[in-house]
Ligand binder design. Structure first.
Ligand code: CP
Length: 312
């Protein structure tokens, strides 16, 4: 594996999950692997979990992490080819990615979508430009259309907490006050499609995700019907894909409640808005796996970094 930019970079999810579980049992076992190696983390957007867990993963492997908030602290980066740079951008990605590659052995990038320009977002301009112009491996820490570190984490968490051989997993849309990306939902879908689970998606009409990602995964527009006999309910808000970037509904009837959840475990990537997306009674109960998920972010990232280090 040269880069980790998508769930599709996982060749065998079951062996990856098994290896992540082994790493979790002894996180410092491979501390010599990253000795004298530098991990660069570049953030175009905010983060709590990704920022800290990816640094922790690098430290567990003996790497030296360095972090930059690109949007606030670096020169404005130009991504257009052949642009006359007489505007607000001061440095081209060709130089920026090549220069960061002089300091870092692996570069991780977070760059969210515009949610106003579907074509630009789907081109993954920022992530793909780093892959093209950097001379070291690139890790996706959430791009316009995917969050594969989160997706791997979620697969690991479901594997750890499954009580039956083939659990029923439901991805449910929930209301939100802001326009949110599709990245987490996309990578979760791709991860579940690789696992041996009964997987369904539920959301109000108008919130269908990219059909190329949905594939033949069943979509049920009735949340109660979808939740029947669920073992895991993974909840996420996203904006409309067809009416790109729009909020079509804030219907609070889609909020996750203890009553709706029944015996299922609740999952969310965090951050989550209490009593908008999910009620307190769920998050404050043993049904919630959100903290276990957040913990697993470290081991998912550590597994990815380990594989990249072994391939340097
Ligand atoms: N789940 C997740 O990616 O969290 P952060 O946005 O805080 O990194």
């Amino acid at each position: 594996m040269k880069n980790y930019t998508s769930i599709h970079d996982i060749d065998d999810i079951n062996s990856w999950i098994a290896e992540a579980k082994t790493l979790k049992q002894d996180p410092l076992k491979h501390i010599a692997l990253g000795k004298d190696k530098t991990m660069g983390l570049l953030f175009f957007n905010s983060s709590l979990r990704t920022r800290l867990s990816t640094q922790k993963a690098a430290l567990n492997l003996g790497m030296n992490p360095i972090v930059m908030n690109v949007s606030g602290d670096a020169w404005g980066i130009e991504f257009g080819d052949g642009t006359v740079m007489n505007g607000n951008t001061a440095e081209h990605i060709k130089e920026a990615a090549a220069v960061v590659s002089q300091y870092c052995d692996i570069i991780a990038v977070r760059a969210f979508p515009t949610l106003t320009d579907k074509v630009k977002d789907e081109s993954e301009q920022v992530l793909k430009s780093f892959v093209k112009y950097a001379s070291v491996p690139i890790v996706n820490m959430e791009s316009a259309t995917g969050h594969p570190l989160q997706g791997l984490t979620d697969a690991l968490t479901i594997s750890e907490h499954a009580k039956v051989a083939k659990p029923k997993v439901v991805l449910s849309w929930a209301p939100h006050v802001k326009t949110l990306p599709h990245a987490v939902a996309n990578s979760f879908i791709q991860a579940m499609q690789k696992m041996d689970v009964e997987f369904v998606i539920t959301h109000p009409e108008g919130y269908d995700l990219n059909p190329e990602i949905i594939g033949d995964t069943p979509v049920i527009y009735n949340q109660e019907e979808a939740f029947a006999n669920a073992d895991f309910v993974y909840t996420k808000n996203w904006c409309s894909y067809s009416d790109y970037g729009k909020i079509l509904s804030e219907d609070s009837n889609w909020m996750i409640t203890k009553e709706k959840l029944g015996n299922a475990k609740f999952m969310h990537c965090l951050p989550v808005r209490r009593n908008v997306v999910v009620e307190d009674a769920v998050l404050d109960s043993d049904s919630s796996l959100v903290i276990q998920q957040a913990n697993n972010r470290t081991y998912a990232a550590q597994l990815v970094l380990k594989k990249l280090l072994e391939n340097l």
